[in-house]
Design a protein around this ligand. Structure first.
Ligand code: ADP
Ligand code: MG
Length: 699
């Protein structure tokens, strides 16, 4: 059944169109001032908006409302309240007030807060974020909100993101003013490409590791992997196609601009890319997309895995964060028509390069998670080292600026002007050379940050990126002071040259997967934090506190709480994995291997009874292998058990994470290797769980 896309698009969203249609014009104008200029919303206006929103929602079948927010768990949360308000005569009215719209009070004591709130003051409050539209999901009116403690500390992912969008907007406008441009609306634009796996529900249910950890803790490589490159962009299986169609319809109803869908590199892996939007909406939409994927998969007998590395030996899943800045809708990372616009482009570009080099640790930290530890640096995803890919032409320009090609150009002024007029527009129109191995690539008119994992909320990464770039822009604007005209141009070019010189080490156009790169990166002084445990401490550096405090994004207490929450989550996940791993070995693998060994032994006996002189050495070899394997597995199980118990008891989260990363995870890997080795010895009939062959290649 085909749908009329333009009819359903946004039909479940209280968007500007609906607002304009339904709100009295004064209310609409007041609300627009709040949405576009951040002016406070007064209660009278909120009452009118709430009423109209409720009427609209009820017409669409909604019975409840919820403040929809993003606690530090990385997922979204909702608590449904009915609109109903019983009255004396036994009937019920449907009510929704302005107060209920703009503020809610969830009892938030069960959300992670990293020690920010004692339980006795556990109530947090949620505040409506009118810059992201309300929408209806499963008969519930969802109101996107920010989530704070009563003392005003941010308890969610959205609050700092919104703050960072404000500061980058402020600083970008200061820079634009130097170029003689009037104040503009600055948007951080983001397109989040979402990768995921789809597998059959039946097999999923037979694997405790998939059910509890979202990844396989065991499994021998499938006979066929991704070596034929036949899955990428390949024809989409009918079951998957049905899923994708339903998903598109549901997303379009929610006003989510889902655009591109295709098979990814690994078998059973897929991707969905939306059209980019304002960062706040793009991230809300990505979280909704992820939720819809998980829910809708079940309609098709499928399960959607959003883990970064569900299967060993084939590609994992990332979430590419395409990032740029737009001034009144015009991309600032696109060179312009004239020299001044190109100089402006160079300034913004330079500030991003500076930001990424200066805060590389924080960016890497933003992509750190137990799941992503298996992906970064695993020869299929960017390494754990942050670097920037600019492409041949732009790199050449940077080189020319850094190395002062004075022989070719008479003065600094001319360099930039020449670049501005002739070189920039020509090459950027045809930016075809792509480097898939770079974690932070310039792709023509935007940057693509490829480290983040598929299961992540991109708010943290973008909060860091926005704030770091805001700092670069601020330093530039401060340095330029009141300079005007040619003086400003010369100073700006000199500044750009100096910054590029200082931060050139972050630029790397080569192969990020090669063995030489980590060596070279180390020589350049770039950091290479391989695990979450290694990546986290940079959050507590003075430099981090300074950056976030300077721009009012997060204070030291808030940062410390985030650090605790993230480490705690990491440690809890490893704990769950270790327990699942042990459980599966004890209750599934060891009994199955032992049973098969007994059968082999019995058969040897039976054959011998009939043929005394039979050569049974092959069977005996198998039996020996099985026995030796059982012993090796049992030894490792004991070691893992002891280590796991010891590490779990460590109170300090950082120390616990260090031990998890350096001891528990490697032991689980060793144990896995022993079990996997026997998977291809034991008969398929005896093997207690579906194999990679079964899971990855379904009809
Ligand atoms: P690829 O898969 O080759 O990386 P796609 O075209 O599939 O590229 O995805 C690129 C993503 O970047 C899309 O979500 C697109 O909307 C987004 N994008 C394009 N221009 C911008 C921009 N100016 N700012 C942010 N994102 C952008
Ligand atoms: Mg991409």
């Amino acid at each position: 059944m085909s749908v009329n896309v333009s009819e359903i698009y946004g039909s479940l969203v209280f968007n500007e169109h609906v607002m304009a249609e339904r709100l009295p014009s004064v209310t609409y104008k007041a609300l627009m001032r709040t949405i576009e200029k951040g002016e406070p919303l007064d209660i009278e206006v909120a009452n009118v908006v709430a009423h109209s929103m409720k009427e609209w929602a009820i017409e669409k079948g909604a019975t409840h409302y919820t403040h929809w927010f993003q606690p530090l768990t990385g997922l979204t949360s909702e608590k449904h309240d009915g609109f109903i308000d019983p009255i004396r005569d036994g009937r019920a009215l449907m009510r929704f007030s302005g107060k209920e719209l703009i503020q809610g009070e969830p009892d938030a004591s069960s959300f992670p807060n990293g020690g920010l709130r004692a339980t006795f003051e556990a109530r947090g409050y949620t505040a409506w974020d009118p810059t992201s539209y309300a929408f209806i999901k499963d008969e519930v009116l969802c109101i996107p909100t920010a989530f704070c403690s009563y003392t005003g500390e941010a308890l969610d992912e959205k609050t700092p993101l919104l703050r960072s969008m404000d500061v980058i907007s402020e600083q970008a406008n200061r820079v634009l003013a130097l170029f003689g441009e009037p104040r503009k609306r600055i948007d951080v634009t983001i397109g989040c490409e979402q990768e995921y796996f789809l597998i059959s529900e039946e097999q999923y249910k037979q694997r405790l590791d998939l059910m509890l950890c979202n990844r396989t803790l065991f499994g021998y490589a499938p006979c066929k992997g991704q070596e034929l490159d036949d899955h990428y962009f390949g024809a989409i299986r009918p079951t998957v196609n049905e899923f994708m169609k339903e998903l598109d319809d549901e997303l379009w109803k929610l006003g989510i601009p889902a655009k591109t869908k295709h098979n990814e590199v690994a078998p059973a892996q897929h991707e969905l890319a939306p059209i980019f939007e304002n960062a706040n909406r793009a991230i809300d939409h990505n979280l909704l997309t992820m939720e819809k994927m998980r829910l809708l998969a079940s309609h098709h007998g499928l399960v959607c895995l959003q883990h970064e590395k569900p299967f060993e030996g084939i590609n994992g899943s990332g979430k590419h964060d395409n990032w740029s800045l737009a001034a009144n809708g015009k991309n600032l990372l696109e060179p312009g028509e004239n020299p001044m616009e190109n100089l402006r482009f160079l300034v913004f570009l330079t500030c991003v390069i500076e930001a990424v080099d200066e805060y590389q640790d924080l960016l890497r930290m933003s992509a750190a998670s137990a799941g992503n530890d298996h992906r970064l640096g695993a020869n299929e995803a960017p390494p754990a080292i942050v670097s920037i890919f600019l492409g041949t032409e732009l790199s050449a320009i940077v080189d020319a600026l850094v190395n002062d090609h004075e022989s070719e150009y008479n003065n600094v002024h001319k360099v930039a002007m020449d670049l501005g007029v002739s070189v920039l527009p020509a090459f950027l129109k045809d930016n075809t050379d792509r480097n898939r191995t770079s974690p932070f690539a310039f792709t023509g008119n935007k940057f693509e940050f490829r480290m983040p994992g598929s299961s992540q909320n991109l708010s943290e990464a973008n909060t860091i990126l926005n704030t770091a770039v805001a700092k670069g822009l601020k330093d530039f604007a401060d340095a330029m002071g009141d300079l005007k005209g040619e003086e400003f141009e010369n100073a700006a070019i000199a500044y750009v040259k100096q910054m590029l010189k200082d931060h050139q080490r972050i630029i790397f156009d080569g192969n990020g997967y090669s063995d030489e790169w980590p060596v070279e990166a180390e020589r350049r002084g770039l950091t290479n934090n391989k695990t979450t445990a290694d990546a986290m401490p940079c959050l507590l550096e003075q430099k981090t506190f300074d950056l976030f405090e300077e721009f009012g994004i997060l204070n030291e207490t808030e940062i410390r709480s985030r650090y605790e929450v993230k480490l705690e989550k990491y440690n809890k996940l490893i704990n769950i994995e270790a327990r699942t791993c042990k459980r599966m070995v004890r209750q599934l693998y060891l009994p199955a291997i032992a049973a098969y060994a007994a059968e082999v032994a019995e058969n040897i006996g039976k054959v011998k009874a009939v043929l005394q002189d039979a050569d049974l050495s092959p069977q005996e070899t198998i039996l020996r292998k099985l026995n030796a394997g059982i012993k090796a597995i049992d030894d490792l199980l004991i070691e893992l058990d002891q280590t796991h118990h010891r590490v779990r008891a460590i109170a300090d989260q950082q120390e616990c994470a260090n031990e998890n990363a350096s001891k528990v995870v490697p032991l689980m890997d060793e144990l896995r290797a022993e079990v996997d080795a026997l998977e291809i010895v034991v008969s398929a009939e005896h093997w207690p769980v579906p194999s990679y062959n079964d899971i990855l290649f379904y009809a």
